[in-house]
Design a protein around this ligand. Structure first.
Ligand SMILES: [Zn+2]
Length: 444
């Protein structure tokens, strides 16, 4: 356990640094952790990883759930509270053999080379491939489905905790795995998945690309979380205590600040924890009871994002409506960190990128994946695809310079064929939204 705690600390530091870097770039894929909602709005999302699971809860939380599969229990409890979640499901882990069973209570509990859900040797009881009636039940009850990978194979190597795990070797393998689950949901349920969370949050793909690139090719957002709902670590051997550890942090957060969970994404598990127990089956009801007491509504992440797309820009800000509209139309206007930074001065790179849609980006990325030269420029300069799209590599050297009025006028005239009305010499990002909006209406 000590190694595990240390690994989490190191991970946390790496993540902070990564976040600072990520905040520099606009991206078609945004890391959704939380959203800025108007004060007192009281909306929150709950996400459940690794299901759906059709094996019983351990222990059974209530006699009425005797012999019910876990996902069905969670659906029932959520229904009681009018809560709707985001279920981050897998396809199946049944092809991840030969493998050995690791030690219970350890990260390898479900397998040494791969994960097996709901448990080693019982793969057919979890996942969308073999549990279609559970997927149907989730969709019918208004829950969201997101893509946790068809086989739950790591995108790349994790040296710390999951060092013995096999992983994908390039972006094509990652995308084809994601595509397999995406297509299953589309063909069998006519359901469009819009986001994904990588297995164990491993982002680096060995060929230099990352989960964000894979998601750009899928036109997904990155489903992260801001609040750990617990229930996935090993048990302390005392079920009551395990449940308490899932309920108390949430209760304390709200005791300190009733608005603490506004716009947040809670992380949980739809499956056994490392000790083959399911404290979530008891804790969920208590969590929902507390959320209800504080007046929270639990809605899927996609609905939260649709209403309040960014984590630093909301309803009461000028031009927010334009931003939300452009975001829904697929324009690349937010940073990788899900920030909008309305008051930041507009740069040349941002000027170009904000006129691009996720579709444009996807096409450009598909084209350069095979060219080592293009790929290495892109990995250094994410705005390369924007300059490439307009055949304006001449602007690339100035990507980080502030865009002046004449830069905007020239780019719009030469590359887009329109002359926007610009009042000031330099624009803040929220002011530039009006010009992009003008362009979008011009295009219609
Ligand atoms: Zn997982």
């Amino acid at each position: 356990m000590r190694l595990y705690t240390l690994a989490r600390k190191v991970n946390h530091r790496i993540k902070q640094k990564r976040r600072e870097d990520a905040g520099k770039y606009l991206s078609p894929v945004r890391r959704l952790e939380k959203f800025s909602v108007p004060v007192g709005e009281k909306v929150v999302s709950m996400t459940f990883d690794d299901g759906p699971m059709n094996m019983p809860a351990n222990p059974t939380p209530d006699p009425k759930y005797e012999n019910w599969g876990l996902t069905k229990i969670l659906i029932d409890i959520m229904g009681e509270y009018g809560a709707r979640g985001t279920f981050n499901v897998v396809g199946t882990t049944e092809y991840n053999y030969p493998d050995k069973q690791g030690m219970i209570h350890k990260p390898t509990w479900s397998g040494v080379k791969h994960d097996h859900y709901p448990q080693f040797g019982k793969d057919q009881y979890a996942g969308a491939k073999n549990q279609k009636e559970l997927i149907k039940a989730l969709i019918d009850n208004g829950h969201e489905i997101s893509n946790h990978g068809y086989k739950h194979i790591l995108f790349g190597k994790n040296h710390l905790v999951y060092g013995s795990r096999e992983h994908f070797s390039n972006i094509y393998e990652v995308v084809s795995d994601l595509r397999q689950l995406h297509d299953l949901l589309k063909t069998e349920f006519n359901y469009d998945i819009m986001m994904s969370r990588p297995p164990h949050y491993i982002d680096k793909i060995p060929d230099g690309f990352t989960s964000y690139d894979a998601y750009a090719l899928m036109k997904y957002d990155y489903l992260a979380a801001s609040f750990d709902g617990g229930g996935w670590l090993p048990t302390v051997g005392d079920y009551k205590e395990d449940v308490r550890r899932m309920v108390e942090p949430l209760e304390n957060a709200l005791k300190n600040d009733a608005n603490a969970l506004d716009g947040q994404i809670i992380f949980q598990k739809d499956g056994y924890n490392m000790s083959l127990m399911t404290p979530v089956a008891t804790a969920l009801k208590e969590q929902l009871e507390i959320l209800k007491r504080y007046g929270y509504k639990v809605i899927p992440v996609r609905e939260l994002k649709q209403k309040y797309p960014f984590e630093d820009f909301c309803d009461t800000s000028k031009n927010f409506e334009i931003a939300r509209d452009l975001d829904q139309k697929g324009y690349i206007i937010g940073y990788k960190t899900n920030e909008f930074k309305p008051d930041k001065e507009l740069t040349i790179g941002e000027m170009v990128m904000m006129t691009l849609t996720k579709d444009d980006y996807k096409k450009a990325l598909e084209q350069i994946c095979n060219s080592p030269r293009d790929k290495s420029i892109y990995l250094q300069q994410p705005y390369y695809l924007g300059f490439l799209h307009y055949n304006r590599l001449d602007l690339m050297d100035r990507a980080d310079s502030i865009a002046k009025k004449e830069d905007i006028e020239r780019f719009y005239k030469e590359s887009l064929g329109i002359s926007p009305s610009i009042q000031k010499n330099e624009l803040k990002r929220f002011e530039y939204l009006e010009i992009v909006n003008e362009l979008v209406y011009h295009l219609v």
